[in-house]
Design a protein. Structure first.
Length: 132
């Protein structure tokens, strides 16, 4: 069994498994039983419908598929607005960034979402975000 020494105290170290103690009156040695951990990792898909060449919009999931990174490379001084709606048309997230900025967007639970990106009241991109 692995142990950790912290400030002179020795403690058992539990790594991806189950630590089971023996029944009272029996040998008091802890037993380490190995187990497999299955993660319930979500998948985030982004599908673009409208794309413009003046503004490069990136809406990409992080490596763990937990959040989206929203980034725009476009026209200096412009403010870009991201709106995300659920399948019922309810606004679930809104964020504003300036040219060449990046922000983290946490949508929430699994489902289908629609997004739109605007600048100066002009829609420059839209699409769908699917979280499975």
């Amino acid at each position: 069994m692995a142990e950790s020494n912290l400030h002179g105290l020795t403690m058992p170290l539990l790594v991806a498994g189950t630590l089971m103690l023996s029944a009272p009156g029996a040998d008091a040695k802890p037993v380490f039983s190995s187990s497999t951990i299955h993660s319930s990792r979500d998948t985030i898909l982004v599908q673009k419908s409208l794309n413009t060449k003046k503004h490069k919009i990136k809406l990409d999931p992080d490596a763990n598929h937990r959040v989206l990174f929203f980034n725009v490379t476009g026209i200096d001084g412009k403010v870009y607005q991201l709106f995300i709606f659920d399948i019922d048309g309810k606004l679930v997230k809104q964020t504003n960034i300036r040219n060449k900025e990046t922000t983290v967007v946490n949508i929430g639970g699994k489902g289908n979402y629609v997004y739109e990106v605007f600048t100066d009241d002009e829609r420059i991109e839209n699409g769908q975000v699917i979280i499975r």
